[in-house]
Design a protein around this ligand. Structure first.
Ligand SMILES: NC(=O)c1ccc[n+]([C@@H]2O[C@H](COP(=O)([O-])OP(=O)(O)OC[C@H]3O[C@@H](n4cnc5c(N)ncnc54)[C@H](O)[C@@H]3O)[C@@H](O)[C@H]2O)c1
Ligand SMILES: [Zn+2]
Length: 249
């Protein structure tokens, strides 16, 4: 019908804080995540928290990562608010406040740049490596949030290594992520495979990547045209120093 009006009724935490807002729709192709899709804004979004009562714990944690992402890229207060809380048993007062603030951040970013010609790209923080992990490991091996969590840690590491992110912020972010993330294990990932997967991603331009970095906790920027080789070098450093986040086998 060439598009019909729709109402989003998210039932996962990930959809509450991320996919129900912003109008991005896509399907996953075996060669890369999210490469086929369009923008379609819902008429209305209805977030009903009681759905979360039956959501498996792993799915809940996966959604929590995207919530955390909004704090890391745009709002240190949200990060600090989240840090003092535990996800389970479900605390609806906390979730309501955190989801409300998280959707506010995403909504304001999307309002300024609906079709991602610039600013909206900061929402892709952690997603360059995240999508690579999902595709390389096979969709479903790692949940979206699990892969993005490892990707956020990598992007924060690169930001610190490139002297953009202060060391104390890197320490705060990595020690928090260490508590909530399980390690990602990747098999047979060499430079050629890494390069192919990265260049298939839609965040790529002229054989280089628009990579999202942090300048401090709660503030991000787009590093345009980051060479894939540089990302590979940083990835090797990252996995050698922090195998508790991503281990190569
Ligand atoms: N469009 C966007 O802007 C955007 C943003 C972020 C993520 N995504 C994509 O969204 C996808 C993941 O979506 P998702 O995390 O919402 O999960 P999902 O729809 O894949 O659901 C995850 C699992 O939980 C089950 N489930 C869902 N709600 C439940 C509930 N209330 N109780 C019990 N079980 C329930 C589902 O049946 C499924 O098995 C990823 O592919 C990701 O790339 C899109
Ligand atoms: Zn995501």
């Amino acid at each position: 019908m060439r598009g019909i009006p729709l109402i989003q009724v998210p039932t996962t935490l990930l959809a509450d804080v991320d996919s129900s807002v912003g109008g991005k729709t896509a399907v996953n192709h075996p060669s890369a995540k999210n490469t086929i899709g369009s923008f379609k804004q819902p008429e209305y979004v209805c977030i009903e928290l009681s759905f979360l009562k039956t959501l498996p714990s792993r799915e809940l944690k996966s959604g929590f990562i995207e919530l955390l992402k909004h704090g890391l890229i745009h709002d240190i207060n949200l990060f600090e608010f989240i840090q003092g809380q535990t996800l389970e048993p479900l605390n609806f007062e906390f979730l309501e406040e955190a989801i409300f603030r998280s959707c506010g951040i995403k909504g304001r970013v999307v309002e300024q740049d609906e079709t991602e010609t610039g600013l909206r790209a900061i929402l892709n923080f952690g997603h360059t490596l995240g999508h690579l992990i999902e595709t390389h490991a096979g969709y479903g091996t790692y949940l979206h949030g699990e892969a993005v969590g490892a990707g956020m840690c990598f992007a924060a590491f690169v930001s610190w290594h490139c002297n953009e992110l202060p060391e104390k912020d890197w320490e705060r972010i990595s020690s928090y992520l260490r508590k909530i993330l399980a390690p990602v294990v990747l098999h047979n990932l060499d430079q050629d495979v890494f390069r192919d997967l990265i260049l298939h991603d839609k965040k790529t331009q002229n054989q280089a990547v628009n990579f999202i970095m942090l300048k401090k906790l709660g503030a991000s920027f787009i590093q345009y045209e980051t060479p894939v080789e540089k990302l590979w070098d940083e990835f090797k450093n990252f996995t050698a120093l922090y195998p508790e986040f991503v281990e190569l086998r």
